[in-house]
Design a binder for this molecule. Structure first.
Ligand SMILES: Nc1nc2c(ncn2[C@@H]2O[C@H](COP(=O)(O)OP(=O)(O)OP(=O)(O)O)[C@@H](O)[C@H]2O)c(=O)[nH]1
Ligand SMILES: [Mg+2]
Ligand SMILES: [Zn+2]
Length: 290
């Protein structure tokens, strides 16, 4: 295990933390070394200049689509993906499912946080039941009164967790509660109801007391999945994966094929129609990259 971990990057410099002493230090890196937040790195010091010489093998990488539909790395060595959604701004309809697909493909444990329950405590009742029935961990929180964060803090102990979600849902507000330190948070624009994109860079923080790391990331309006094939998308739906081997065709995409066990399960109401329709829309959205 390396002694240095990348907190954030900006152009040709990175801020790193010495994981033994907790001291922070800016470093340069050569163009061919491309460190990202969360990377374990080796640092060489000559005179007063610190240079990242090597990135140690990444356990996993959280990514998203760039503007061309290619995988763009966001953060490395992440255990938990904490998906924050709020009563306001309301999540776009496939957002949670897109994040869950990424969690599965990137090898992170997803945790769904329904924040701002002070605005409307019943807003997410059905959504919450749906994801709980699928086996996901869900929490209902309120960052204003700081209520209901004990379970989340327990889940983050000794782990690296990234907060993801739309701008203005409360990622930084929740991070502040966990870190017990102020961060930049912002008002939602009265005009658009959208967040104002307060957090501008992906930044890792050491959590006091519970020895874990927290990564706060800038909000996105729509989280884009990079170009992927149907089986990868299906793998992000546990209820669809559960039907593996049951369809007539072994390469069934569960979209148009006859004798499809998934479509059967939707008809029998064993699989939620909401989730299946979302699966179809996400597959369809891949056309956008062609
Ligand atoms: N009513 C209510 N407001 C909240 C809650 N959590 C956060 N807010 C408010 O929502 C606004 C946005 O919060 P942030 O924490 O900056 O949101 P963010 O997700 O970090 O936004 P970006 O950095 O733009 O991605 C702030 O005005 C917060 O005070 C909550 O539980 N209830
Ligand atoms: Mg923020
Ligand atoms: Zn099928």
């Amino acid at each position: 295990m390396s002694q240095y971990r990348v907190i954030s990057t900006r152009k040709q410099t990175a801020l790193v933390i010495n994981t033994k002493t907790n001291e922070q230090q800016p470093c340069f890196f050569p163009r061919k070394v491309k460190p990202i937040c969360g990377d374990n790195v080796t640092v060489q010091t000559n005179k007063n200049e610190h240079v990242i010489s090597k990135i140690l093998p990444r356990r996993n990488v959280f990514a998203r689509a760039n503007h061309k539909g290619l995988r763009q790395n966001i953060a490395a060595n992440v255990d938990n993906q904490i998906i924050v959604v709020a009563v306001q701004p309301e999540p776009t309809r496939d957002l949670i499912n897109r994040y869950l697909i990424a969690a599965h493909l990137c090898g992170m444990k997803p945790i769904i946080v329904f924040n701002k329950n002070d605005i409307d405590k019943d807003f997410f009742n059905e959504t919450n039941s749906l994801y709980q029935s699928l086996g996901y961990i869900t929490l209902s929180t309120n960052a204003k009164t700081q209520s209901n964060f004990d379970e989340l803090i327990d889940l983050m102990a000794n782990k690296t967790s990234i907060f993801v979600g739309m701008s203005g849902v409360g990622k930084s507000s929740i991070s502040e509660i966990i870190l017990k330190q102020p961060l930049k948070t912002g008002e939602i624009s009265k005009k658009t109801g959208k967040g104002a994109h307060v957090t501008s860079v992906t930044h890792m923080y050491k959590i006091p007391d519970i020895t874990g790391y927290l990564i706060d990331s800038p909000g996105v309006w729509e989280y884009g999945l990079w170009k992927m094939q149907e089986p990868e998308i299906a793998a992000g739906f546990p209820e669809i994966s559960a039907q593996n081997g049951q369809c007539k065709f072994s390469n069934c995409t569960h979209t148009h094929e006859p004798e499809c066990a998934v479509k059967q399960a939707v008809d029998n109401r064993e699989i939620s129609k909401l989730r299946y329709d979302s699966y179809l829309r996400i597959i369809d959205s891949m056309k956008y990259w062609d």
